[in-house]
Design a binder for this molecule. Structure first.
Ligand code: NAD
Ligand code: TYD
Length: 360
């Protein structure tokens, strides 16, 4: 039985991964360390397939003593590190928490892993620190540039991307200097169940259902490489099982729609699946608003390495993934309503819209 420390497992991708791991790996116990910030919720873990193999630990990854205790008490042999501040817009207005959690938090975990696994005789074997990162560390592409590869130089543009880049560098440095056994994955934009509705896709779905306007930043021609979250989870598990230590892999969906095309697709899906909506056609809710400062124009991932070495490619097309996501948000009204009623969510929406000279 492997003892797996998942950090940030009450957030969007982390909770999907915990569910995926428990479903596909009968021989793991998951210790889920999460501070339950605005982005984390135990409601995201309500439908775990085998809850007896899951222990939730409420705590902050920056708390060095706590993290070391977790390694010791639960004899952790695998870390899958998701915990982070993850929203670019928030990082522009309030970067402090990004530096704390993404940089110092990762440092604290690396130190704990080093002390538990390496500062002993003999050092632990069969252990691994897997770091979850993003395509945003590579910066922004021009329309004709080739997609990001694993050896593309880092050029992060937002405080979020810079803090993630710093954490990637720390992980690599712990591998290089101390021999910490690690792997690293950089993934493109995820979407799917349980995504907090401050991000593009769930925000647009929920606003459209309420007949609120759909705020498209700038000209809406920015391009992201969208991946359904379950496909990301599958790729991570494959890396954990098969990837050699010290390697990094790019993960992406191979999609190149503009933001405006994504929003229009969601509107069209909603027209179909909510035929009696008073807000039809939903496209009329689209409104162009002030752009995000420093907005990255285009991301795209070259997934040749993970597909040739590990045989991974995404299973869901964008059309399938968007439909499944819209249906999930329609079927999970209670989850949605709980977030809508939260003061911190309303306050953020007001702040974000106010910065753009708009009202929600
Ligand atoms: P999220 O914001 O939905 O969840 C983050 C989780 O981390 C929350 O449960 C939160 O409570 C927890 N957390 C935050 N600070 C913490 C701290 N100091 N200590 C302990 N827990 C803390 O994020 P997400 O979208 O699920 O992203 C997860 C990871 O994947 C992040 O590392 C992110 O950089 C990376 N990533 C995200 C995407 C994406 O599209 N969402 C794409 C590529 C990579
Ligand atoms: P987001 O989901 O915040 O992810 P990221 O910034 O990490 O890529 O945004 C995805 C894209 O959608 C990004 O180009 C910004 C844009 N966007 C909007 O146009 N309107 C919105 O209300 C939001 C939240 C994002």
């Amino acid at each position: 039985m492997k003892n797996v420390l998942v950090t940030g497992g009450a957030g969007f991708i982390g909770s999907n991964f915990v569910r995926y791991l428990l479903t596909h790996e009968p021989n793991v116990h998951v210790y889920n360390l999460d501070a339950l910030t605005y982005a984390g919720s135990l409601e995201n873990l309500r439908d775990l397939p085998d809850p007896n193999r899951h222990t939730f630990l409420h705590g902050n990854i920056c708390d060095q003593a706590l993290v070391e205790r977790v390694f010791r008490d639960y004899e952790i042999d695998l870390v899958v590190h998701f915990a982070a501040e993850s929203h670019v817009d928030r990082s522009i207005f309030e970067p402090d928490a990004f530096i704390q959690t993404n940089v110092f938090g990762t440092f604290s975990l690396l130190e704990a892993a080093k002390r538990a696994w390496l500062d002993r005789s003999p050092p632990s074997s069969e252990v691994r620190f897997h770091h979850i990162s993003t395509d945003e560390v590579f910066g922004s592409l021009h329309p004709d540039d080739p997609p990001f590869r694993e050896d593309t130089p880092y050029a992060p543009n937002s405080p979020y991307a810079a803090s993630k880049a710093a954490s990637d560098h720390l992980v690599r440095a712990y591998g290089h200097t101390y021999g910490l056994p690690y792997t690293l994955t950089n993934c493109s934009n995820n979407y799917g169940p349980y995504q907090f509705p401050e991000k593009l896709i769930p925000l647009m779905i929920l606003n459209a259902l309420e007949g609120k306007f759909l705020p498209v930043y700038g000209d809406g021609k920015q391009v992201r490489d969208w991946l359904y979250v379950e496909d990301h989870c599958e790729a991570i598990l494959l890396v954990l099982r098969q990837a050699p230590l010290g390697e990094s892999y790019n993960i992406g969906g191979g999609n190149q729609p503009t933001n405006l095309e994504i929003v229009e697709s969601l509107c069209d899906i909603l027209d179909e699946v909510v035929p009696n909506s008073p807000h039809k056609p939903h496209r009329r809710l689209i409104r162009f608003v002030a752009d995000r400062p420093g907005h990255d124009r285009r991301y795209a991932m070259d997934i040749t390495k993970i597909s040739t070495q590990l045989g991974w490619k995404p299973k869901h097309t964008l059309a399938e993934g968007l439909l499944a996501t819209v249906q999930w948000y329609l079927e999970n009204e209670e989850w949605v309503e709980a977030i809508r009623q939260r003061g911190d969510f309303k306050a953020w929406m007001q702040q974000n819209y106010a910065q753009r000279g708009e009202r929600p």
